[in-house]
Design a protein around this ligand. Structure first.
Ligand SMILES: NC(=O)c1ccc[n+]([C@@H]2O[C@H](COP(=O)([O-])OP(=O)(O)OC[C@H]3O[C@@H](n4cnc5c(N)ncnc54)[C@H](OP(=O)(O)O)[C@@H]3O)[C@@H](O)[C@H]2O)c1
Length: 276
């Protein structure tokens, strides 16, 4: 089994340089996919309260037989539970569904700026970390303005910001902001789910030159940018393919060519997207 590179977070913990996404799997599918991925060597799993598969994810971890301390388990706070006390209660429910003593990485799923309670949730997450129930805390879909508020009002920066990132939305400015602040960028929809990105002839040509697949080219692009992709796959074959991306190197020209295309979002705009 191969082991893969890691990132050191700003709180001193380390996490693998890629992981498994689990949305939109149900419990049974997540259990199978998570245990299979861990057997292949994956050590980072991404779920969320709103994916409704924390139970299956937890079962998959137990079923894999991989020691708990080797696995980085991520889950996320849903919009309907923003607020200090609500966050503490929501976390406890997630922890119970996962069947775990602690969670490795807990993220605020969306900022919901109109609701205006993400700073209160952040304070609760800081407390969860202090209590050892969460190892690392982070955010998802936050802009520099939202992160600036967390820093100003609590003095605590997130360790991770999980954002929409793929060759159709390379997020250069936000990645530079993260680098300046010591925040690791995680990429959701890293393969450009729902687009025809992997059918692109330019990406196919790069894949052919390296003897790899278009999916591997795109995932390697993420890791060479310093971002951490969490591709979802329910297929063991594609999980294996997505994991096997550290044995080749894209050139600077190839990296530029991968994202040299019109840019657009595939998902929600963090300023206005509301998901409860
Ligand atoms: N924080 C957020 O707001 C947020 C939002 C969206 C997603 N996420 C997280 O990010 C994860 C990944 O994003 P995503 O699921 O939206 O998109 P994605 O990982 O870009 O794409 C997943 C799709 O690509 C297919 N696929 C996987 N590997 C492939 C390969 N090597 N070649 C061709 N097709 C492949 C999968 O099908 P098969 O399963 O059949 O392989 C699935 O249909 C999610 O699962 C979730 O954990 C977070």
């Amino acid at each position: 089994m191969t082991s893969i590179p890691t990132h050191t977070l700003n709180d001193g913990t380390t996490i693998p340089a890629m992981g498994l996404g689990t949305w939109p799997m149900g419990d049974a599918e997540a259990e199978k996919a998570v245990s299979g991925a861990l057997e292949l060597g994956y050590r980072l799993v991404d779920t969320a309260t709103n994916y409704r598969n924390e139970t299956g994810t937890g079962r998959g971890i137990a079923r894999s037989g991989v020691p708990r301390e080797e696995v980085v388990v991520t889950t996320k706070l849903p919009g309907r539970h923003h607020g200090y006390e609500e966050t503490l209660a929501s976390f406890e429910e997630s922890r119970q569904r996962l069947g775990l003593e602690y969670v490795d990485l807990y993220l605020i799923h969306w900022p919901l700026p109109r609701v205006g309670k993400y700073v209160d949730s952040w304070k609760a997450m800081v407390k969860l970390r202090e209590e050892g129930l969460v190892r690392s805390i982070g955010v998802s879909n936050f802009t520099p303005e939202h992160i600036g508020r967390l820093e100003k009002e609590t003095g605590v920066l997130p360790s991770v910001n999980q954002i929409e990132l793929h060759p159709l939305l390379p997020q250069a400015e936000l990645r530079a902001f993260h680098a300046e602040k010591g925040i690791v960028t995680e990429s959701w929809s890293p393969l450009g789910r729902g687009s025809r990105l992997l059918d692109d002839p330019g990406i196919a040509a790069i894949a052919e030159a390296h003897g790899v697949t278009p999916g591997q080219v795109v995932l390697r692009w993420h890791t060479q940018l310093g971002a951490l992709p969490i591709p979802k796959s329910a297929s063991s074959r594609r999980q294996q393919e997505n994991f096997d991306i550290f044995g080749f190197e894209l050139t600077p020209d190839e990296l530029a060519a991968v994202s040299d295309r019109p840019h657009r979002r595939l998902g929600g705009d963090p300023e206005v997207h509301e998901e409860f």
